[in-house]
Design a protein around this ligand. Sequence first.
Ligand code: HAM
Length: 420
Amino acid sequence: MSKIQAIKGTYDILPGDVETWQEIECVVREVMNVFGFNEIRTPVFEDTSLFARSIGEDTDIVGKEMYTFIDKGNRSLTLRPEGTASVVRSFIEHAMDQRGLPQKLWYMGPMFRQERPQKGRQRQFHQFGVEVIGSSSAMVDAEVIVLFDAISLRLGLDNRTFAINSIGGDESRMSYRDALTSFLDTVEDRLCGDCQRRKTTNPLRVLDCKVPGCREAVHGAENLPCTVDYLTEDDRDHFEKVQEQLTAQSISYTCDYTLVRGLDYYTGTVFEMHYEGLGAQSAVMGGGRYDRLVGQLGGKDHPAVGFACGMERLVMAMNAAQQSKSSRNVQVYVVNALADSMVRAMNYLQAIRGAGYTADMDFMGRSMKAQLKSASRSGAMFAVIIEPEEDMVSVRDMEKSEQNTMSFREFIQIMGNSEL
Ligand code: HAM
């Protein structure tokens, strides 16, 4: 008799691993609560047209990846490939706008996409996510990013950086679309078959095509137009406010002006968080603003923004972060290359240890270069280099290779705010 096994692209979460999942679930619930979000649970299958109309016929998800079946009542049903469409459907169906706006909703559960399975890519995977419906404020775009940052900080993810962009509202996207189409005309013969078609039906989709030759022709080109150059004044202003707020909240981000995301409903800010060391599938979360979707699905027009996090990838990121922490001997390495500063260096070393961090320094009178090498070998996150001026140090972030000069007191304060 042939062995019955889990379906390709699905897997069991066994005791030993399930505890990490429980930890994530706990942290997500707590942080959602602190941020004033309410949980919503929707069915795992829906009318197929819900996803086709929201995610977009031209996307990979709808075009190639949905688990769609005809039930015994001859209805076309689909296992949900994501949560946003279902939450919006539920928001409209239950007239949730009557409960006060904005509605701040969160969800967690399995999603289904028939993708080619590989590390970090399953056919049944899990997401938690949020949808804020009813506010067009740039502050809310920032708020959902800050919320995800808070969750990942609690789960021990170091070096979190968000990639952000704005694809703008209808007017901005129309002018970008024109510029992009003109550009795509110039590389048409290098595009894959799907993208040659998308060039006329939905050119933005070409930007997230995964075919290597296509990617190289498009993303490798110097004259690929940038979304941000085609934003209306209002859209530009909105995007600047998001950035100001992220900076004010000390969120680390970079602007990626070719980021468009793989779903059609976005209308403004878009963002992703990638985590180093996860291989090809490095996007842990993604989201953005989708101001037209509620109206498109038959509700009153309500602006909205949200994100979803892939929980399998989050577990992988947590493991990677844990591994890099446990390969670390000390967190801080004090570097002293000055002849008369040994006492100062020892005092700093003790102060750092007293503040609860592991720390070491060189006792062999080596050169600055050799000491920095030892710092790197020790796995320290920071090297604190003694400067000749009283109480001044240069702090080198060993991973980013960035260096800033500050007072030692300031350094201790910064350490208190970091997740070391
Ligand atoms: P998405 O980018 O399609 O966005 O998915 C979000 C996250 O789900 C990805 O960053 C990834 O971590 C995870 N994910 C997606 N597909 C797979 C897969 N096959 N295997 C493992 N993990 C996967 C959305 O789903 C939007 N609904 C996000 C959103 C919410 N936008 C606004 N609100």
